[in-house]
Design a protein around this ligand. Structure first.
Ligand code: MN3
Length: 201
């Protein structure tokens, strides 16, 4: 089995002005496509070929750089695209309660998540993860690592992730990463995040 680059459910220009069309197109057709092709090359002819991406990452040999970087890159971007929408739904229900219980308020969660994204040095990701029982935690990772991988960051299952590699924002925001982080909050589809939460908690 080989992994396929997912189609987006919205057009490249539909997240403007928050994320520009040129960035979206290059990010999807070049960066994500590249991770997908290199992941398939790295697992071809190995036992990993028959496993799901979740199984590959959760049981990863962290010394396998090709699968770590490209498997992470494949999974992380699939999650990232799925979370954004030009018509995002608002936060409600069980996830809203869990955010309140874990962080005190939505604003305190947003502050913690934004700080994790802003202070991740160099390339990486910020995450909101759910642990068994529903407790939520924010963390960040370098490069294409994610918390599903053994011993990485806060652990748990990521339900929200923000790409803070420069390729995700530099054309529109240059070095102004905090502006990009703020803009991301305008396109988060909380219904999708809530579905990931319910499936993983
Ligand atoms: Mn990226």
């Amino acid at each position: 089995m080989s992994f396929e680059l997912p189609q987006l459910s919205y057009s490249y220009d539909s997240l403007e002005p928050h994320i520009d069309a040129r960035t979206m197109e290059i990010h999807h057709t070049k960066h994500h496509a590249g991770y997908t092709a290199k992941l398939n090359a790295a697992i071809a002819g190995t036992v990993l070929e028959s496993q799901s991406i979740m199984d590959i990452l959760q049981n990863l040999d962290m010394s396998n750089g090709a699968v770590r970087n490209n498997g992470g890159g494949f999974y992380n971007h699939c999650l990232f695209w799925s979370l954004m929408s030009p018509n995002p739904k608002t936060l409600s229900g069980g996830l809203a309660d869990a955010i309140h219980n874990s962080f005190g308020s939505f604003d305190e969660f947003k502050t913690a998540f934004s700080a994790a994204a802003a202070t991740q040095f160099g390339s990486g990701w910020a995450w909101l993860c759910v642990h068994k029982g529903g407790r939520l935690e924010v963390c960040s990772t370098a490069n294409q690592d994610n918390p599903l991988m053994p011993g990485v960051a806060c652990g748990g299952v990521p339900i929200l992730g923000l790409d803070v590699w420069e390729h995700a924002y530099y054309l529109n925001y240059q070095n102004r990463r905090p502006e990009y982080i703020d803009a991301f909050f305008n396109v988060i589809d909380w219904e999708v995040v809530a579905n990931h939460f319910e499936a993983a908690k």
